[in-house]
Unconditional design. Structure first.
Length: 230
C-alpha cells in the first residue's frame, strides 16, 4: 500500500482581484506537489512567483479557486472553524521570517504554546519543552525573553515551537531571510535535521540557493506556475 503523502497539492490554483481594476491576478496556477514524511523540499522562485500563496493554501489559511491541499491525507476543504484550527495545531507547524515569538513570554513559554493549546497536562509539558530546547541548542536560554535572544536564537525557538507537537508537516516561509549567512546555514541545517529525525515533511521557502541546497529536492515557481520539481 502506497504511503499517504504528508503534504499534497493537487492542481492548486488561486487568483486575486487586481487593484483598481476588474481583471484578476493569478497567484498560483495548477501546481501539484507531494512531500513524504522526513522529506525536505525547497520552494524557490522570484518575488511574486506564488511561494507564499502555496504555503498559505497548504496551511489551510486560504481557499483555492481550484484543486485541493492536503496534510496527512486530510483535505482542508473538509474542515471548517474549530475543527480546522484544531487540525492545524496538531498537524502543521509554521515558521515565518523575522521575530514571531510572543514578546511577553520566555523562550520556554513560547515553545510550550502548542502544548497548552492542545490541552496537554502541565506535568507532561515540562519535559517536552526541556527536550525541545535541548534539540535546538537553547537549554541555557529557556528563561530569557525574546528581546534577550539573538536573531538566530529566536529562530531556534520558533523551530522548537513548530516541531514540539510532532506535526506531519512544517511550512517554513523564508526563515533565514533576516539572518547573516553563517547563522542562516546553521538554521537551515537545524530545520532539515529536525525534520528528518522526527519524520516530518518540511517545505522550505527561500531565495537563498545555499539554503535550498540542504533540501532533498527543489520546486521552482515562476509567475504562479511550477517550472521544476513537484
Amino acid at each position: 500500500m502506497a504511503e499517504t503523502p504528508a503534504i499534497e497539492a493537487l492542481g492548486l490554483s488561486r487568483s486575486y482581484p487586481a487593484q483598481g481594476g476588474r481583471e484578476s491576478v493569478s497567484g498560483l496556477r495548477d501546481v501539484s506537489l507531494q512531500v513524504r514524511r522526513g522529506e525536505v523540499v525547497a520552494i524557490t522562485g522570484p518575488s511574486g512567483s506564488g511561494k507564499s500563496t502555496l504555503l498559505f493554501l497548504l496551511a489551510g489559511l486560504d481557499e483555492p479557486d481550484a484543486g485541493s491541499a492536503r496534510i496527512g491525507g486530510v483535505d482542508w476543504q473538509t474542515l471548517r472553524g474549530r475543527k480546522r484550527a484544531a487540525f492545524r495545531r496538531r498537524s502543521c507547524g509554521f515558521i515565518a521570517q523575522g521575530m514571531t515569538l510572543l514578546p511577553q513570554a520566555t523562550a520556554a513559554e513560547n515553545v510550550e504554546v502548542p502544548l497548552v493549546l492542545d490541552a496537554t497536562a502541565a506535568a507532561d509539558r515540562a519535559p517536552r519543552v526541556i527536550a525541545a530546547l535541548d534539540l535546538v541548542g537553547l537549554t541555557e536560554h529557556g528563561a530569557k525573553m525574546p528581546d534577550q535572544l539573538s536573531g538566530g536564537q529566536q529562530q531556534r525557538a520558533a523551530i522548537a515551537r513548530a516541531m514540539i507537537i510532532g506535526p506531519a508537516a512544517v511550512l517554513a516561509d523564508e526563515p533565514t531571510a533576516s539572518l547573516d549567512s553563517a547563522t542562516a546555514q546553521d538554521i537551515a541545517r537545524l530545520l532539515v535535521d529536525g525534520a528528518r529525525r522526527n519524520g516530518t515533511a518540511l517545505l522550505l521557502v527561500t531565495h537563498d540557493s545555499t539554503v535550498a541546497a540542504h533540501a532533498d529536492r527543489e520546486l521552482r515557481l515562476h509567475s504562479g506556475s511550477a517550472e521544476s520539481g513537484g
